[in-house]
Ligand binder design. Structure first.
Ligand SMILES: [Zn+2]
Ligand SMILES: [Zn+2]
Length: 125
């Protein structure tokens, strides 16, 4: 297994580490992600306890649906996290990972909600 991944928001106020075992990259095309990310949301998933966060005070949580809440950086607005209620998992925006991830998109979610202006990204196994 390779090393853990580090991730930072645009301004650097929020810094995360993810375990090497984090799942993904997963692309979610649901309408919530479209509204919040401006397009689909690419993320890595890991148990909440396996993710460390520095600068947690900079995170603002938003209840984006009955089933989930999301966190963004109060300073730069970067979309950092999604938490499925009760699932114990955090979905960390893939764009925040620093340096190469050594990964590809492995799965698309909510394909039926995709807008008409892009094709689904190819999936690698
Ligand atoms: Zn920030
Ligand atoms: Zn989504």
């Amino acid at each position: 297994m390779s090393d853990e991944l580090t991730a930072t928001c645009h301004c650097g106020a929020v810094q995360l580490t993810l375990p090497a075992e984090a799942a993904g990259v997963i692309a979610c095309h649901c309408s919530d992600c479209q509204k919040m990310h401006g397009n689909f949301n690419a993320f890595l998933a890991a148990p909440r306890d396996a993710v460390t966060v520095a600068g947690q005070d900079n995170l603002v949580w938003y209840q984006s649906s009955e089933a989930a809440r999301r966190a963004f950086c109060a300073t730069c607005g970067a979309r950092v996290l999604k938490e499925i209620t009760g699932a114990g998992r955090w979905l960390v925006s893939a764009g925040l990972v620093d340096g190469p991830t050594g990964r590809r998109i492995v799965r698309n979610l909510w394909e039926e909600s995709k807008p008409d202006w892009y094709d689904l990204p190819p999936v690698s196994s």
